[in-house]
Design a protein around this ligand. Structure first.
Ligand code: FEO
Length: 395
Protein backbone atom coordinates (compact mmCIF):
# COMPACT_ATOMS: atom_id res chain seq x y z
CA UNK A 1 0.00 0.00 0.00
CA UNK A 2 1.33 3.43 -0.86
CA UNK A 3 -0.11 6.78 -1.78
CA UNK A 4 1.91 9.18 -3.90
CA UNK A 5 1.29 12.90 -3.74
CA UNK A 6 1.47 14.42 -7.21
CA UNK A 7 0.52 18.00 -6.34
CA UNK A 8 -1.65 19.70 -3.72
CA UNK A 9 -4.78 17.50 -3.22
CA UNK A 10 -3.81 15.26 -6.16
CA UNK A 11 -2.71 11.73 -5.29
CA UNK A 12 -1.80 8.53 -7.11
CA UNK A 13 -3.74 5.85 -5.23
CA UNK A 14 -3.45 2.82 -7.53
CA UNK A 15 -1.52 -0.41 -7.17
CA UNK A 16 1.69 -2.07 -8.31
CA UNK A 17 1.49 -5.62 -9.62
CA UNK A 18 5.09 -6.73 -9.25
CA UNK A 19 4.69 -10.39 -10.12
CA UNK A 20 2.31 -10.16 -13.07
CA UNK A 21 4.10 -11.71 -16.02
CA UNK A 22 1.51 -11.66 -18.80
CA UNK A 23 -1.02 -9.09 -19.95
CA UNK A 24 -4.05 -9.98 -22.06
CA UNK A 25 -2.62 -13.54 -21.85
CA UNK A 26 -0.30 -12.39 -24.62
CA UNK A 27 2.08 -9.59 -23.67
CA UNK A 28 5.13 -10.47 -21.55
CA UNK A 29 5.63 -8.24 -18.50
CA UNK A 30 9.24 -8.88 -17.44
CA UNK A 31 9.00 -6.18 -14.74
CA UNK A 32 5.31 -6.41 -13.79
CA UNK A 33 3.13 -3.34 -14.16
CA UNK A 34 1.21 -0.70 -12.22
CA UNK A 35 -2.41 0.38 -12.42
CA UNK A 36 -2.27 4.10 -11.63
CA UNK A 37 -5.46 5.68 -10.31
CA UNK A 38 -5.60 9.37 -9.42
CA UNK A 39 -7.59 11.01 -6.64
CA UNK A 40 -8.32 14.70 -7.12
CA UNK A 41 -9.83 16.54 -4.20
CA UNK A 42 -11.52 19.78 -5.25
CA UNK A 43 -12.98 22.36 -2.90
CA UNK A 44 -16.48 20.96 -3.60
CA UNK A 45 -16.18 17.55 -5.25
CA UNK A 46 -13.78 14.61 -5.30
CA UNK A 47 -12.93 12.63 -8.42
CA UNK A 48 -11.11 9.36 -8.99
CA UNK A 49 -9.51 9.03 -12.42
CA UNK A 50 -9.47 5.33 -13.40
CA UNK A 51 -9.36 2.46 -10.93
CA UNK A 52 -7.23 -0.68 -10.80
CA UNK A 53 -7.33 -4.25 -11.99
CA UNK A 54 -9.84 -6.03 -9.72
CA UNK A 55 -7.06 -8.34 -8.50
CA UNK A 56 -5.64 -5.27 -6.73
CA UNK A 57 -8.83 -3.55 -5.58
CA UNK A 58 -7.95 -4.00 -1.90
CA UNK A 59 -4.82 -1.89 -2.40
CA UNK A 60 -6.91 0.89 -3.93
CA UNK A 61 -9.32 0.84 -1.00
CA UNK A 62 -6.51 0.78 1.58
CA UNK A 63 -4.95 3.81 -0.14
CA UNK A 64 -8.26 5.70 -0.12
CA UNK A 65 -8.78 4.80 3.53
CA UNK A 66 -5.30 6.00 4.46
CA UNK A 67 -6.22 9.41 3.00
CA UNK A 68 -9.47 9.42 4.98
CA UNK A 69 -11.59 9.53 1.82
CA UNK A 70 -15.26 9.28 2.78
CA UNK A 71 -16.81 10.49 -0.42
CA UNK A 72 -16.10 10.09 -4.13
CA UNK A 73 -18.41 12.10 -6.35
CA UNK A 74 -17.05 11.11 -9.75
CA UNK A 75 -15.20 8.13 -11.14
CA UNK A 76 -13.66 9.22 -14.42
CA UNK A 77 -13.38 6.19 -16.68
CA UNK A 78 -10.87 6.92 -19.43
CA UNK A 79 -10.71 3.39 -20.83
CA UNK A 80 -12.97 0.38 -20.39
CA UNK A 81 -10.26 -2.28 -20.38
CA UNK A 82 -10.53 -4.01 -17.05
CA UNK A 83 -7.05 -3.21 -15.77
CA UNK A 84 -8.42 0.33 -15.30
CA UNK A 85 -12.16 -0.13 -15.13
CA UNK A 86 -12.47 -3.52 -13.44
CA UNK A 87 -12.78 -2.12 -9.93
CA UNK A 88 -15.47 0.46 -10.85
CA UNK A 89 -18.33 -1.77 -9.62
CA UNK A 90 -16.52 -2.18 -6.27
CA UNK A 91 -15.94 1.58 -6.01
CA UNK A 92 -19.64 2.21 -6.75
CA UNK A 93 -20.58 -0.28 -4.05
CA UNK A 94 -18.39 1.44 -1.46
CA UNK A 95 -19.25 4.97 -2.60
CA UNK A 96 -22.88 4.70 -3.77
CA UNK A 97 -23.12 8.46 -4.33
CA UNK A 98 -20.46 8.30 -7.07
CA UNK A 99 -21.26 8.79 -10.76
CA UNK A 100 -19.21 7.33 -13.59
CA UNK A 101 -18.08 10.09 -15.94
CA UNK A 102 -17.12 8.86 -19.37
CA UNK A 103 -17.84 9.16 -23.08
CA UNK A 104 -20.70 7.48 -24.93
CA UNK A 105 -18.62 4.67 -26.39
CA UNK A 106 -16.90 3.86 -23.12
CA UNK A 107 -20.27 3.78 -21.35
CA UNK A 108 -21.40 1.11 -23.80
CA UNK A 109 -18.31 -1.00 -23.06
CA UNK A 110 -18.68 -0.57 -19.29
CA UNK A 111 -22.31 -1.71 -19.52
CA UNK A 112 -21.31 -4.75 -21.56
CA UNK A 113 -18.16 -5.71 -19.68
CA UNK A 114 -19.03 -4.77 -16.09
CA UNK A 115 -22.83 -4.41 -16.11
CA UNK A 116 -22.67 -0.88 -14.68
CA UNK A 117 -26.22 0.48 -14.37
CA UNK A 118 -27.38 3.07 -16.88
CA UNK A 119 -28.35 5.64 -14.21
CA UNK A 120 -24.80 5.70 -12.84
CA UNK A 121 -23.39 7.49 -15.87
CA UNK A 122 -22.66 11.11 -16.72
CA UNK A 123 -21.75 11.29 -20.41
CA UNK A 124 -19.12 13.75 -21.60
CA UNK A 125 -17.93 14.65 -25.07
CA UNK A 126 -14.93 16.38 -26.63
CA UNK A 127 -13.99 19.54 -24.70
CA UNK A 128 -16.60 19.16 -21.97
CA UNK A 129 -15.61 20.27 -18.49
CA UNK A 130 -16.48 19.10 -15.00
CA UNK A 131 -15.99 21.38 -12.01
CA UNK A 132 -14.71 20.02 -8.70
CA UNK A 133 -14.90 23.55 -7.21
CA UNK A 134 -11.44 25.02 -7.42
CA UNK A 135 -10.25 22.31 -9.82
CA UNK A 136 -11.61 21.69 -13.32
CA UNK A 137 -11.44 18.58 -15.46
CA UNK A 138 -11.58 18.89 -19.23
CA UNK A 139 -12.10 15.83 -21.41
CA UNK A 140 -10.40 15.00 -24.71
CA UNK A 141 -11.48 12.09 -26.87
CA UNK A 142 -8.25 10.28 -27.81
CA UNK A 143 -9.47 7.15 -29.61
CA UNK A 144 -7.33 4.07 -30.28
CA UNK A 145 -4.80 4.54 -27.52
CA UNK A 146 -5.65 1.73 -26.86
CA UNK A 147 -9.31 0.94 -27.67
CA UNK A 148 -11.75 3.06 -29.71
CA UNK A 149 -13.28 4.63 -26.59
CA UNK A 150 -10.08 5.85 -24.90
CA UNK A 151 -10.04 9.43 -23.66
CA UNK A 152 -7.69 11.73 -21.77
CA UNK A 153 -8.43 14.21 -18.99
CA UNK A 154 -6.80 17.60 -18.50
CA UNK A 155 -6.70 19.09 -15.03
CA UNK A 156 -6.83 22.74 -15.98
CA UNK A 157 -5.49 24.54 -12.89
CA UNK A 158 -2.61 22.09 -12.32
CA UNK A 159 -1.75 21.54 -16.02
CA UNK A 160 -1.77 17.75 -15.68
CA UNK A 161 -2.77 15.54 -18.61
CA UNK A 162 -4.05 12.11 -17.56
CA UNK A 163 -3.66 9.80 -20.53
CA UNK A 164 -4.44 6.25 -19.31
CA UNK A 165 -2.59 3.74 -21.59
CA UNK A 166 -1.24 6.52 -23.84
CA UNK A 167 2.42 7.27 -22.93
CA UNK A 168 2.36 4.45 -20.37
CA UNK A 169 4.89 1.73 -19.61
CA UNK A 170 4.68 -1.64 -17.95
CA UNK A 171 7.10 -1.38 -15.05
CA UNK A 172 6.44 -1.92 -11.38
CA UNK A 173 8.96 -0.68 -8.89
CA UNK A 174 10.15 2.56 -10.43
CA UNK A 175 9.60 5.78 -8.54
CA UNK A 176 6.24 7.39 -9.17
CA UNK A 177 7.94 10.15 -11.18
CA UNK A 178 10.36 9.36 -13.98
CA UNK A 179 13.93 9.36 -12.63
CA UNK A 180 15.94 7.29 -15.09
CA UNK A 181 14.65 8.73 -18.37
CA UNK A 182 16.52 6.26 -20.61
CA UNK A 183 15.15 3.27 -18.70
CA UNK A 184 11.57 4.53 -18.76
CA UNK A 185 11.83 5.35 -22.47
CA UNK A 186 12.99 1.75 -23.05
CA UNK A 187 9.97 0.45 -21.11
CA UNK A 188 7.67 2.87 -22.91
CA UNK A 189 9.04 1.71 -26.27
CA UNK A 190 8.25 -1.89 -25.40
CA UNK A 191 4.76 -0.78 -24.36
CA UNK A 192 4.31 1.24 -27.57
CA UNK A 193 5.53 -1.70 -29.67
CA UNK A 194 3.21 -4.23 -28.07
CA UNK A 195 0.10 -2.11 -27.71
CA UNK A 196 0.17 1.16 -29.66
CA UNK A 197 2.12 0.45 -32.85
CA UNK A 198 -0.90 -0.60 -34.99
CA UNK A 199 -2.45 2.84 -34.36
CA UNK A 200 0.25 5.18 -35.64
CA UNK A 201 -2.10 7.42 -37.63
CA UNK A 202 -4.51 7.86 -34.73
CA UNK A 203 -1.62 8.49 -32.32
CA UNK A 204 -0.43 11.34 -34.54
CA UNK A 205 -3.86 13.00 -34.33
CA UNK A 206 -4.01 12.47 -30.56
CA UNK A 207 -0.57 14.00 -30.03
CA UNK A 208 -1.64 17.04 -32.05
CA UNK A 209 -4.72 17.33 -29.85
CA UNK A 210 -2.77 17.07 -26.60
CA UNK A 211 -0.18 19.59 -27.79
CA UNK A 212 -2.88 22.25 -27.90
CA UNK A 213 -2.82 22.22 -24.09
CA UNK A 214 -0.29 23.69 -21.70
CA UNK A 215 0.92 20.49 -20.03
CA UNK A 216 3.39 20.38 -17.13
CA UNK A 217 2.85 16.72 -16.24
CA UNK A 218 1.76 13.64 -18.20
CA UNK A 219 0.23 11.10 -15.86
CA UNK A 220 -0.45 7.75 -17.54
CA UNK A 221 -2.26 4.86 -15.87
CA UNK A 222 0.74 2.48 -16.19
CA UNK A 223 4.28 3.19 -15.07
CA UNK A 224 6.00 6.43 -14.14
CA UNK A 225 4.70 9.98 -14.41
CA UNK A 226 6.44 12.48 -16.68
CA UNK A 227 7.39 15.91 -15.33
CA UNK A 228 9.10 16.60 -18.66
CA UNK A 229 6.28 15.71 -21.05
CA UNK A 230 8.32 16.63 -24.12
CA UNK A 231 10.58 13.60 -23.62
CA UNK A 232 7.87 10.98 -24.00
CA UNK A 233 5.95 13.01 -26.60
CA UNK A 234 9.08 13.37 -28.76
CA UNK A 235 9.85 9.67 -28.39
CA UNK A 236 6.33 8.86 -29.63
CA UNK A 237 6.73 11.29 -32.53
CA UNK A 238 9.85 9.44 -33.59
CA UNK A 239 8.29 5.98 -33.22
CA UNK A 240 5.25 6.89 -35.32
CA UNK A 241 7.30 8.72 -37.97
CA UNK A 242 8.45 7.11 -41.22
CA UNK A 243 12.07 7.15 -40.02
CA UNK A 244 13.66 3.69 -40.02
CA UNK A 245 17.09 2.54 -38.95
CA UNK A 246 19.81 0.66 -40.81
CA UNK A 247 18.75 -2.57 -39.10
CA UNK A 248 17.63 -6.00 -40.30
CA UNK A 249 15.63 -8.18 -37.94
CA UNK A 250 15.70 -11.89 -38.62
CA UNK A 251 13.04 -13.76 -36.61
CA UNK A 252 13.93 -17.41 -37.15
CA UNK A 253 13.35 -20.97 -36.06
CA UNK A 254 15.46 -23.97 -37.02
CA UNK A 255 14.81 -27.64 -36.29
CA UNK A 256 18.02 -29.39 -37.39
CA UNK A 257 20.35 -26.52 -38.19
CA UNK A 258 19.77 -25.87 -41.93
CA UNK A 259 17.77 -22.68 -41.46
CA UNK A 260 20.13 -21.60 -38.70
CA UNK A 261 23.11 -21.93 -41.08
CA UNK A 262 21.30 -19.80 -43.66
CA UNK A 263 20.49 -17.17 -41.03
CA UNK A 264 23.98 -17.03 -39.55
CA UNK A 265 25.55 -16.76 -43.01
CA UNK A 266 23.17 -13.92 -43.91
CA UNK A 267 23.92 -12.18 -40.60
CA UNK A 268 27.66 -12.20 -41.34
CA UNK A 269 27.19 -10.93 -44.90
CA UNK A 270 24.93 -8.08 -43.71
CA UNK A 271 27.33 -7.06 -40.95
CA UNK A 272 30.15 -7.01 -43.55
CA UNK A 273 28.01 -4.58 -45.54
CA UNK A 274 27.65 -2.16 -42.64
CA UNK A 275 24.13 -3.19 -41.61
CA UNK A 276 23.12 -3.89 -38.00
CA UNK A 277 21.37 -7.23 -37.58
CA UNK A 278 19.13 -8.57 -34.83
CA UNK A 279 18.63 -12.32 -35.19
CA UNK A 280 15.70 -13.39 -32.98
CA UNK A 281 15.49 -17.12 -32.30
CA UNK A 282 11.73 -17.52 -31.93
CA UNK A 283 12.13 -20.37 -29.43
CA UNK A 284 13.88 -18.12 -26.89
CA UNK A 285 13.14 -14.47 -27.79
CA UNK A 286 10.22 -12.93 -25.92
CA UNK A 287 7.65 -11.39 -28.22
CA UNK A 288 8.07 -8.01 -26.51
CA UNK A 289 11.72 -7.89 -27.59
CA UNK A 290 10.72 -8.79 -31.13
CA UNK A 291 7.98 -6.13 -31.14
CA UNK A 292 10.45 -3.50 -29.89
CA UNK A 293 12.89 -4.37 -32.64
CA UNK A 294 10.10 -3.89 -35.17
CA UNK A 295 9.49 -0.27 -34.12
CA UNK A 296 12.22 1.17 -36.31
CA UNK A 297 14.01 -1.60 -38.27
CA UNK A 298 14.17 -1.00 -42.03
CA UNK A 299 14.01 -4.69 -42.96
CA UNK A 300 12.54 -7.93 -41.62
CA UNK A 301 13.65 -11.31 -42.97
CA UNK A 302 11.53 -14.16 -41.61
CA UNK A 303 13.31 -17.53 -41.60
CA UNK A 304 11.72 -20.94 -41.16
CA UNK A 305 12.08 -24.56 -42.09
CA UNK A 306 9.16 -26.15 -43.88
CA UNK A 307 7.09 -28.43 -41.64
CA UNK A 308 4.11 -30.52 -42.74
CA UNK A 309 3.99 -28.67 -46.08
CA UNK A 310 3.95 -25.22 -44.45
CA UNK A 311 6.00 -22.88 -42.27
CA UNK A 312 7.04 -23.88 -38.76
CA UNK A 313 4.20 -22.86 -36.37
CA UNK A 314 6.55 -20.51 -34.49
CA UNK A 315 7.23 -18.66 -37.75
CA UNK A 316 3.48 -18.61 -38.46
CA UNK A 317 2.92 -17.04 -35.04
CA UNK A 318 5.65 -14.45 -35.63
CA UNK A 319 4.18 -13.57 -39.05
CA UNK A 320 0.68 -13.24 -37.58
CA UNK A 321 1.96 -11.04 -34.76
CA UNK A 322 3.99 -8.79 -37.07
CA UNK A 323 1.03 -8.42 -39.38
CA UNK A 324 -1.19 -7.39 -36.46
CA UNK A 325 1.37 -4.87 -35.18
CA UNK A 326 1.74 -3.25 -38.64
CA UNK A 327 5.33 -2.02 -38.25
CA UNK A 328 6.68 0.65 -40.60
CA UNK A 329 9.37 -1.69 -41.94
CA UNK A 330 10.23 -0.92 -45.57
CA UNK A 331 11.39 -4.36 -46.75
CA UNK A 332 10.40 -7.91 -45.95
CA UNK A 333 11.73 -11.27 -47.03
CA UNK A 334 11.18 -14.96 -46.43
CA UNK A 335 14.04 -17.45 -46.30
CA UNK A 336 14.39 -21.00 -45.06
CA UNK A 337 14.99 -24.63 -45.79
CA UNK A 338 12.91 -27.59 -46.91
CA UNK A 339 13.19 -31.30 -47.48
CA UNK A 340 10.41 -31.79 -50.00
CA UNK A 341 7.48 -29.76 -51.44
CA UNK A 342 5.20 -27.32 -49.64
CA UNK A 343 3.62 -23.89 -49.65
CA UNK A 344 5.55 -22.07 -46.95
CA UNK A 345 6.28 -18.87 -48.86
CA UNK A 346 2.70 -18.40 -50.08
CA UNK A 347 1.45 -19.08 -46.55
CA UNK A 348 3.80 -16.57 -44.88
CA UNK A 349 3.27 -13.94 -47.58
CA UNK A 350 -0.47 -14.24 -47.02
CA UNK A 351 0.02 -13.74 -43.29
CA UNK A 352 2.07 -10.56 -43.83
CA UNK A 353 -0.44 -8.80 -46.08
CA UNK A 354 -0.87 -5.75 -43.77
CA UNK A 355 2.78 -4.78 -44.11
CA UNK A 356 3.10 -2.47 -47.09
CA UNK A 357 6.76 -3.05 -47.89
CA UNK A 358 9.09 -4.06 -50.68
CA UNK A 359 9.18 -7.88 -50.81
CA UNK A 360 12.43 -9.65 -51.68
CA UNK A 361 12.33 -12.79 -53.82
CA UNK A 362 11.95 -15.67 -51.31
CA UNK A 363 15.02 -17.86 -50.83
CA UNK A 364 14.29 -21.48 -49.95
CA UNK A 365 17.16 -23.94 -49.81
CA UNK A 366 16.88 -27.75 -50.01
CA UNK A 367 18.56 -29.25 -46.97
CA UNK A 368 21.87 -27.91 -45.69
CA UNK A 369 23.12 -25.05 -47.89
CA UNK A 370 25.74 -25.87 -50.54
CA UNK A 371 28.26 -23.56 -52.22
CA UNK A 372 25.73 -22.25 -54.77
CA UNK A 373 23.20 -21.64 -51.99
CA UNK A 374 25.67 -19.53 -50.03
CA UNK A 375 26.13 -17.45 -53.17
CA UNK A 376 22.38 -16.85 -53.27
CA UNK A 377 22.43 -15.74 -49.62
CA UNK A 378 25.24 -13.32 -50.47
CA UNK A 379 23.12 -11.99 -53.36
CA UNK A 380 20.23 -11.42 -50.94
CA UNK A 381 22.58 -9.49 -48.63
CA UNK A 382 23.54 -7.36 -51.64
CA UNK A 383 19.90 -6.66 -52.48
CA UNK A 384 19.17 -5.68 -48.87
CA UNK A 385 22.17 -3.33 -48.93
CA UNK A 386 20.91 -1.76 -52.18
CA UNK A 387 17.52 -1.12 -50.60
CA UNK A 388 19.12 0.43 -47.51
CA UNK A 389 21.18 2.70 -49.79
CA UNK A 390 17.99 3.71 -51.65
CA UNK A 391 16.41 4.54 -48.28
CA UNK A 392 19.37 6.77 -47.42
CA UNK A 393 20.48 4.53 -44.55
CA UNK A 394 23.82 3.58 -46.06
CA UNK A 395 26.25 5.07 -48.56
FE1 FEO B 1 -4.05 -0.58 -19.59
FE2 FEO B 1 -5.76 -1.01 -22.55
O1 FEO B 1 -5.42 -1.13 -20.73
Amino acid sequence: MSVHKIKERIFEVGAAHYDRRLFDELIPLPDGTTYNAYLIIGSEKTALIDTVDPQKKDVLFENLESLGVERIDYVISQHAEQDHSGSIPHVLQKFPMAKVVTNKKCKMFLEDLLHVDEEKFIIVDEGDTLSLGDKTLKFLLTPWVHWPETMSTYLVEDKIMFTCDFFGSHYAGASVFVRDEAKVIEDAKRYYAEIMMPFRAQIKRNIEKIEQYDVDIIAPSHGSIWKKPEIIVNAYKDWISERVENVVIIPYVSMHGSTERIVYYLVDRLVERGIDVKPCNLTVTDTGKLAMALVDAATVILASPQVLAGAHPKAVYAAFLMNALRPKTKNIGIIGSYGWGGRMTEQLKGLLSNIKAHVFEPLLIKGHPRKEDYEKITELADRIKERHIELGLLK
